[in-house]
Design a binder for this molecule. Sequence first.
Ligand code: CTP
Length: 404
Amino acid sequence: MSSILGSKKVLIGVTAGIAAYKTASLVRLFIKSGAEVKVVMTPAAKDFVTPLTLSTLSKNPVNSSFFNEEDENAEWNNHVELGLWADLMVIAPATANTLSKMSTGNSDNLLLATYLSAKCPVYFAPAMDLDMYNHPSTHETFQKLQEFGNIMIPAESGELASGLVGQGRMAEPATIISFIENDILDKLPLKGQKVLITAGPTYEAIDPVRFIGNHSSGKMGIELAKAAANLGARVTLILGPSSLTVNHDFIKVVPVVSAASMYEAVTSEFDTCNIAIASAAVADYRPKHIAEQKIKKADSNFSIELERTTDILKWMGSVKKDQFLVGFALETENEEENAKNKLKKKNLDLIVLNSLNDKGAGFKGQTNKVTLINHKFEIKAFELKTKTAVAQDIFNEINELRNA
Ligand code: CTP
């Protein structure tokens, strides 16, 4: 199962507090959740935890000065690059001294200069003695830093390094991780939304061993499911036979085989969803009769009578209330005109057009080239991209249209 931190680049800032020994566990927990971690320290923090420990755990070099003085060929440690690299920065422990400098724009060490250069969300976990924590100037600093948009992870109460008991102990590493996870989830654009996605091919049985199918891999739908889940949605992925698997806390996979079983699964999920995307390559026809025994060959020609399957997307369009409905169209000629007709006929909010005339687009590969057409017939054409990037483009458009 993957955490919301899984794909994140995390920059951990360590300052000179006794709680710095806990930062080793914090680095470990971030790595365990799949994040990429870099560490920057204040020079004095090295007295509390060694750079070697943190670089071993983070699998990256740890920097604490603008230059490495012992190496005459040393390159400048670029705080701007480091600040821009990060998706989020966590300063833990954050001493009263560093927090005060952060609040006034002081940049007399690499950590502070990196903080000032960072454009990502910055979390800070204060750690200090209770009287320092309660001092009016410290409270003013907390307030100012939060007004700047930084996010405070409050210290806990308990026995402090001084032997005194009170608030000031840095939050436990596991608490810091869950605080950040919850904060990220709370701010995601699809938080609390349910997304239904159909994907993959369908197999329509001819007899116990044969079927009519197609070359869809399910990849595009799986990427859509992951994109939605990473935006905070709860996803139900109704997936036809596919060799691909998906493992994500927010994705429930419902495996199906035929158009009829896909339809049945959709009918029980559609009512409660907010966004539905039909990316499956559903068979339009199925054998009218399924032979109970394997069909034996004969010398004469052989034909199978086919009947229509239910158009699942059209059904969704006919019963939808507030759901935002997205369909796919794979066309070989007169592409935009055909896609617009489908959008209207199936009562869609958005249609994703693939043209088989575009190299790298369509069923099997890792890439796709799409054109998005909304209900006002506004058209956006995209370059050839990985299916992961296409899925993000599609959700950017969905979010934009839903918020319009
Ligand atoms: N679709 C569906 N159920 C079906 C057939 C299609 O949900 N039985 C959905 C697909 O998932 C896709 C869209 O409808 O989102 C594609 O529609 P359509 O173009 O009608 O499918 P084609 O078979 O390609 O149609 P046509 O033969 O008219 O081009």
